[in-house]
Design a protein around this ligand. Structure first.
Ligand SMILES: Nc1nc2c(ncn2[C@@H]2O[C@H](COP(=O)(O)OP(=O)(O)OP(=O)(O)O)[C@@H](O)[C@H]2O)c(=O)[nH]1
Ligand SMILES: [Mg+2]
Length: 268
């Protein structure tokens, strides 16, 4: 997803690398090309504008016009700003206190919640945790089976039931996890639209009874900037703790900047 964006920015910078000096006009041209690359990658225009302004400020501070290696200076400033905008700190999941800890996965239909539930559980296992996953999706045919299959493939424990109530499944899994000494419970919820009132209330109910440490909004990266609006809607009901982007392997655009504006954390 990011390779196309970084290729374009690199090729812009490469044009001025090796140059002895750069005029103000040439610098403007470089910044214009970087701006276009960001906009083409569907980065929100406000993020793009502030990014370009920051680079301009920093390059002026470094007196680029007098620099003998302007390409290197721009390259390092762009890198610093990229790191800054994407988040300098790698914040871990909040799994401190008394286990078991619950993580709720929420989002639109098909965003990748079930797949990510198994992936996250697998990751936590490699970090020494003892997680269990449960499907709180009694609606979509074979949803529970899907999670069971991929969890088993990932060698992750799965709580299996055939309850027709997502809230009851969450409750039963919590009880089971305590009995079995599991320290993390990942609840894979059904996909929904934020306007589906009954389903949003169901999430609030699951939140109430499981007191999750993390509520992660799972978003398909291909959705583009609409993800920001939908994440905001889910956030207003659930107070999200973070977001995970899926399918970043399937898209040439880089869009996390937009969501970064509205969520505390971009991804884990
Ligand atoms: N390429 C790619 N495909 C993915 C990724 N994550 C999920 N998928 C695919 O996207 C489709 C939907 O994924 P699910 O995990 O079932 O999505 P979901 O949010 O649980 O869907 P619902 O439960 O129906 O709301 C499946 O075909 C997955 O294999 C990813 O990171 N990359
Ligand atoms: Mg699912």
């Amino acid at each position: 997803m990011f390779s196309s964006l970084s290729d374009k920015i690199n090729s812009t910078i490469r044009k001025v690398k090796g140059r002895g000096r750069l005029t103000a006009q040439e610098l403007d041209e470089v910044l214009r090309e970087i701006k276009l690359s960001l906009l083409e990658a569907d980065v929100h225009y406000k993020v793009t504008k502030s990014f370009i302004n920051k680079i301009r400020e920093k390059t002026i501070g470094k007196e680029i016009e007098k620099s003998l290696s302007p390409g290197e200076v721009i390259s390092s400033i762009v890198y610093e700003e990229m790191v800054h905008i994407l988040g300098e700190k790698n914040e871990a999941l909040n799994l401190s206190g008394n286990p078991p800890f619950t993580i709720m996965m929420v989002g639109l239909q098909g965003s990748g919640k079930t797949t990510t539930t198994a992936k996250l559980a697998h990751l936590l296992r490699t970090k020494g945790r003892n997680p269990i996953v449960a499907s709180c999706d009694p609606y979509r045919p074979a949803a529970k089976e899907q999670l069971s299959i991929i969890a088993k493939k990932a060698n992750v424990a799965v709580f299996e039931d055939d309850s027709s109530s997502a809230v009851d499944t969450a409750k039963a899994c919590l009880k089971f996890a305590k009995q079995e000494g599991k320290d993390v419970i990942i609840l894979d919820t059904a996909g929904r639209l934020h306007i589906e009132e009954d389903l949003m209330q169901e999430l609030e109910e699951i939140k109430k009874i499981t007191s999750p440490k993390e509520i992660l909004f799972v978003a398909d990266a291909m959705m583009g900037q609409e993800a920001v609006n939908i994440a905001s809607e889910f956030n207003s009901r659930l107070n999200l703790s973070g977001a995970i982007f899926t399918k970043i392997d399937g898209d040439a655009r880089g869009r996390s900047g937009a969501l970064h504006q509205k969520c505390d954390r971009t991804s884990h």
